[in-house]
Design a protein around this ligand. Structure first.
Ligand code: C5P
Length: 239
């Protein structure tokens, strides 16, 4: 008789500040492994957008938590695009709208509210499905998936992250200023790292990778080396 396994699908947690390259690393790992993706930052961005659509006040924590608890969102996989998904909110395609710097700022404001974070916990855990999950965020390894098989904390200096974000947004045709982006990244880092709940910090068992002076290819290789060493024996057939 085949013994029923109670093992949960494995999780690879990729945490770190914005602009460190988590999105690209997550996408690449998902392509290599066939695992699902959780873009947890998108859930906070979507909450911020829904709060604006419903004209809920940004100081109304209970109201914002109710919006988060009832988010009508879908992540629809697309191929051949820089982003792995089309993201919809209430049936409307908001893929580009949630990627603006302003949407990131709104996200970090709602993400600092404890009731909002708890509203989104179960939704995030539901992304854990076979054959496995690559979870991208700030608290994947410290709060949401504390039992993740691999925890990576990907970081880079604020200046380098601002430059990368500047190029990304320019390429999308958005009109942005490098100085303003750097200031916004510093503000966001400070808000994410000093909030009372789930502050941005590496899990004790995370492996830290500083991507400041690495090419994207080198980052992918460094991450893959960690994943291969720590997770391959748990997932026999995912390469
Ligand atoms: O990763 P991204 O830049 O899309 O995240 C937007 C904001 O959402 C972050 O600055 C952070 O404040 C918040 N966030 C969070 N916890 C996560 C993911 C994102 O607090 N797991």
């Amino acid at each position: 008789m085949v013994e029923e396994t109670m093992l949960e699908p494995i999780v690879i947690a990729i945490d770190g500040p914005s602009g460190a390259g988590k999105g690209a690393v997550t996408h690449e790992l998902a392509l290599r492994t066939g695992f699902h993706i959780l873009d947890s930052g998108a859930l906070y961005r979507l909450t911020g957008l829904a709060v604006r659509q419903d004209a809920v006040s940004f100081s109304d924590e209970t109201g914002i938590a109710a919006v988060a608890a009832n988010l009508d969102v879908a992540f629809l996989p697309v191929t051949g695009q820089p982003e792995p998904f089309k993201v919809t909110l209430r049936g409307e395609d908001v893929t580009d709208r949630i990627r603006t710097d302003a949407a990131g700022v709104d996200a970090s404001v709602v993400a600092a509210l404890p009731l909002v974070r708890s509203s989104l916990e179960q939704l995030q855990r539901r992304f854990r499905r076979a054959p496995g999950l690559i979870a991208d965020g700030r608290d994947m390894g410290t709060v949401i998936f504390t039992d993740a098989t691999v925890k990576i904390f990907l970081t880079a200096s604020a200046e380098i992250r601002a430059e990368r974000r500047y190029k990304q947004l320019k390429n999308k045709g958005m009109d942005v200023s490098l100085a303003a982006l750097l200031e916004s990244i510093r503000d966001r880092d400070a808000r994410d790292a000093t909030r009372a709940v789930a502050p941005l910090k590496p899990a004790e068992d995370a492996i830290i990778i500083d991507s400041s002076h690495l090419s994207l290819q080198a980052v992918h290789e460094a991450v893959w080396a960690v994943v291969a060493e720590n997770a391959l024996s748990d997932a026999n057939d995912f390469i």
